[in-house]
Design a protein around this ligand. Structure first.
Ligand code: ATP
Ligand code: MG
Length: 366
């Protein structure tokens, strides 16, 4: 049998990043777009759209972001609030995103004799049902998988396997996870149901309250946050040009932007303190001195410092950002995959590569 290709994947609410032992890496939005009608289908020339084309052609697409809000419930039809049909559509979108992402980093994708082994990072407290949901979605793509908590992959990638606390600020959730030399137990990790998406929502609300006639889509809101977002006191003014009744107008967004970004700090510090206090006192100090900030939201300017300042009341702390917020999880997952003992893998039997070349149209899922 050919040597396996190992893949590390960070399957996030907002974006999925992948890295493979073949030396490739890539990141795409965790989303699938189906052309809205036959005109769109003709223009796009595809049954299903991924990657940056999703942003470019979004008006012509029915977009499914399978992990948007309530991701942890999708595995359970009874409590998700979604219809069975919607759940099926989310499951299909998840599978297609995984398949597309793996296809981008696996040069042997058309050679079924090369096995593909993947480590997939999911939010720290993803319930059992959710892990099964991801496992089912991965079954068509990987020969074997291991599903691990996303903060753990970040720590593993940085060789910080002891005395470390990882705070992963994603789009949908903030995951906080202590690392002390073993796989973290589910109940030791904290998942807060806030993150970048919640900041965007709040920013949009505050901006529109202050400037009711300003027009800004959620993508524009997110772009402004990513460019100017900050939580420190010495920030420059954020002045952006936005349409007011259709006319481009300079708007000072400093205040609403800062207020919405700051909203993350309190809950994070509170959760860190709660988590740390459960460990013995000697270890508490070591954890606080070794905090890693990861995920897209870790790039908010000043966030590391603001958390340090807030922790000074609790005995101080030292916060370091990951060097590469986009790939830290995927690269750590790949490293874990390459070092995984045989017993760590769950074999998947349903691998079929057909959909990579023949995507399933939306109609088939509905
Ligand atoms: N420079 C930046 N400044 C602030 N926020 C940013 C920046 N870059 C990305 N983000 C935000 O980070 C979030 C995405 O982070 P990430 O890619 O880690 O999420 P995810 O892994 O998909 O989500 P989750 O971990 O919740 O499942 C988005 O809300 C995005 O707007
Ligand atoms: Mg993430």
């Amino acid at each position: 049998m050919a040597n396996p290709v190992f893949v590390g994947m960070d399957l996030g609410t907002f974006k999925t990043s992948v890295a493979s032992s073949a030396g490739y890496r890539d990141a795409i939005p965790t989303a699938c777009g189906w052309p809205k009608d036959h005109i769109a289908r003709t223009v796009l020339g595809r049954d299903v759209v991924f990657g940056k084309d999703i942003v470019e052609h979004r008006l012509a697409l029915d977009l499914v972001r399978p992990f948007e809000k309530g991701v942890l419930k999708y595995g359970d039809a009874a409590t998700s609030g979604l219809s069975a049909q919607q759940i099926e559509k989310h499951a299909l979108a998840t599978r297609l995103v995984i398949e597309y992402a793996v296809g981008m980093v696996n040069p042997s994708r058309n050679d079924s004799s090369t096995p593909v082994y993947g480590v997939i990072g999911v939010p720290a407290q993803a319930g059992l049902k959710n892990k099964q949901f991801v496992m089912d979605a991965a079954a068509g793509v990987f020969d074997a998988v291991a599903i691990v908590s996303e903060p753990f992959t970040i720590a593993y990638g940085m060789n910080r396997l002891t005395d470390t606390l990882v705070i992963d600020i994603g789009a949908g959730t903030i995951d906080i996870c202590p690392i002390y030399g073993v796989y973290p137990a589910d109940d030791e990790q904290i998942t807060l149901p806030i993150g970048g998406d919640a900041v965007d929502e709040e920013f949009e609300k505050l901006l529109k309250a202050k400037h009711p006639r300003v027009q800004a889509s959620r993508n524009m809101i997110r772009d402004i946050k990513e460019k100017y977002g900050y939580v420190s006191d010495v920030g420059e003014k954020a002045i952006v040009t936005l349409p007011v009744d259709g006319k481009p107008t300079p708007i000072d967004v400093t205040e609403p932007l800062k207020a919405s970004c700051m909203a993350l700090v309190g809950p994070v510090v509170e959760a860190v303190c709660k988590l740390v206090s459960k460990f013995d006192p000697e270890f508490q100090q070591r954890l606080r001195q070794n905090i890693i900030l990861g995920g897209g939201g870790s790039q908010l300017k000043g966030l590391d410092r603001v958390i340090e300042v807030a922790l000074s009341e609790y005995g101080g702390g030292r916060v370091t950002r990951v060097t590469d917020a986009t790939y830290a999880g995927a690269v750590g997952a790949l490293k874990l995959a390459m070092n995984m003992p045989t017993a760590g893998w769950t074999a998947l039997s349903a691998k079929s590569k057909a959909p990579a070349t023949k995507p399933v149209p939306m109609a088939a899922a509905a």
